[in-house]
Design a protein around this ligand. Structure first.
Ligand SMILES: Cc1cc2nc3c(=O)[nH]c(=O)nc-3n(C[C@H](O)[C@H](O)[C@H](O)COP(=O)(O)OP(=O)(O)OC[C@H]3O[C@@H](n4cnc5c(N)ncnc54)[C@H](O)[C@@H]3O)c2cc1C
Length: 448
């Protein structure tokens, strides 16, 4: 007679539970629903593990070396010359850093948002002035969205070039008459056969010059994912997203003068009967608003990280200064008033830093189908709001500790302060972050 192997049966059941997400068992006339235990943990609580993998550590080391060798020594030059030296962009491309989250099928590295955050962190540590952070985070977030919702032809054509660092992808939703309220935009896309004809104007857009000029920073220049109306009568459900190459002859551009992060341009562009192929539509007609919202979540999570890391790096620079600089017979660092401000700011920044990674984790969980859209949006909005506010306070104090030198153009703390300030508005203002968090906590009926 064959003896039942209970050990084998137990091992098989455990294996089954580990491999499948949901199991139904019929026991004593009752169906039991068993959910995979680690699915439950991942959905209902964040696994608190701050360790990174060996591969992530190796990638960080490569980017750190690039950042220390190529970026850090030239940050002041970014502001003075008002451009990122093209050779830095080319080195970033050589390292594959423009394809971090793009699938390897399209020549990217196929990594997750947390790993992209680790890359960004090393870039920001070299450049607290943040021009290169903007270059990386905008392209990474909106490149991911364009790849996710773009057609196969679009991926083969544009996304492949973007992943190789031959083309830069930016975002253009803001217009002269509408920023926070996206339904106020006027840009219209009209379908004509297999093409769309687009008219309108976009304002306060990052990377206009770099996308317009083929060959200087990127072999093919670049373009922006852009929100338009295809049917205004339907309100936000009548909006459609497109990729617009800024090299198009029917586009004119104009540059604005930014206060900070001057290495990456900022300006507007006008679309005058710009004809683009249907394949440049990102997602279905009428889905543009929702796709834009998803893209903002990616960009905002990276921004939260950028602000926390730029401020932490600036504080480290300020620490070196206040240990050297003396007043009333002792180093500034010996005044307890300064020490207490330092400890308070650093602790807040640690919290902002951790919350930024929680936001990146939420994006990763969403990609794995374990967390819903609105929950992600709430976590990300809190992270961006908190990081911007916390970083501004810390940088303000750090500049003060450095006296008049704190208020000079070449001071990295001042450069970080100007950059972080831009995130009071860029990719969604702090007030809009508050509205999102309040809406998710109170319910939509409480927010207009
Ligand atoms: C450096 C920089 C770079 C940028 N880059 C880009 C880019 O690449 N692409 C792009 O599309 N846009 C870009 N922007 C524009 C940015 O997205 C907008 O500035 C932002 O969305 C706010 O829009 P707005 O400036 O028109 O302000 P408005 O919408 O006019 O708002 C003005 C003020 O009113 C507040 N406000 C608005 N509505 C409410 C409300 N309901 N409750 C409470 N307060 C409210 C806002 O918070 C803001 O402080 C950039 C901006 C900056 C500063």
């Amino acid at each position: 007679m064959i003896k039942p192997d209970y050990e084998f049966a137990k091992r098989s059941l455990v294996k089954l539970l580990l491999e499948v997400d949901i199991v139904l068992i019929y026991l004593n006339t009752t169906w039991l629903l068993l959910l995979k235990w680690n699915l439950l943990i991942e959905v209902f609580c964040m696994p608190v593990d701050f360790a990174i993998t060996k591969e992530q550590e190796e990638l960080k080391a490569v980017v750190r070396e690039f950042s220390e060798k190529y970026i850090a020594p030239r940050v002041v030059e970014f502001e003075e010359k008002q451009m990122i030296p093209p050779e830095i962009i080319r080195e970033m491309a050589r390292l594959g850093l423009f394809g971090v989250v793009i699938p390897d099928k399209y020549d990217g590295l196929g990594l997750d948002p947390i790993t992209a955050g680790l890359v960004l962190e090393e870039i920001v540590r070299g450049d607290p002035e943040c021009s290169l952070a903007v270059t990386f985070l905008v392209h990474t977030s909106w490149g991911y969205i364009a790849c996710k919702y773009g057609s196969e032809e679009f991926r083969e054509d544009v996304i492949r070039k973007a992943a190789r660092g031959d083309l830069w992808i930016g975002i253009a939703t803001t217009e002269p008459g509408a920023g926070s309220d996206l339904t106020g935009i006027s840009t219209i896309a009209r379908r004509e056969g297999n093409e769309y004809v687009i008219n309108g104007e976009k304002a306060y857009i990052s990377g206009v010059r770099e996308a317009r000029e083929k060959g200087t920073w990127f072999k093919e220049g670049g373009g922006h994912v852009t929100l338009t109306y295809t049917d205004k009568s339907k309100g936000h459900r009548g909006m459609t997203f497109f990729f617009i190459p800024l090299t198009h002859p029917k586009i004119t551009t104009r540059l604005e003068k930014e206060i900070g992060r001057k290495g990456w341009s900022f300006g507007s562009f006008t679309l005058n009967d710009v004809r683009i192929p249907e394949t440049y539509r990102i997602g279905d007609e009428g889905r543009g608003f929702y796709i834009a919202m998803e893209g903002f979540d990616h960009a905002r999570a990276y921004i939260a990280l950028t602000c926390a890391v730029a401020a932490k790096r600036a504080i480290e620079i300020a620490i070196d200064y206040i240990k050297q600089r003396r007043a009333f017979g002792q180093p500034i660092a010996k005044f307890q008033g300064v020490q207490f401000q330092l400890a308070t700011n650093w602790s807040r920044l640690e919290a902002a830093h951790a919350l930024a990674y929680k936001a990146l984790w939420a994006l990763k969980m969403e990609q794995e189908g374990k967390i819903g859209r609105f929950e992600v949006t709430k976590i990300v909005a809190s992270a961006k709001l908190f990081a911007v506010e916390t970083a501004k306070m810390a940088l303000d104090d750090a500049m003060r500790w450095m006296g008049a030198f704190g208020y000079t153009e070449e001071n990295p703390v001042a450069l970080a302060w100007k950059a972080v300030k831009s995130y009071d508005w860029a990719e969604g203002s702090s007030d809009i972050m508050r509205l999102i968090v309040a809406r998710e906590l109170l319910g939509r009926e409480y927010i207009k």
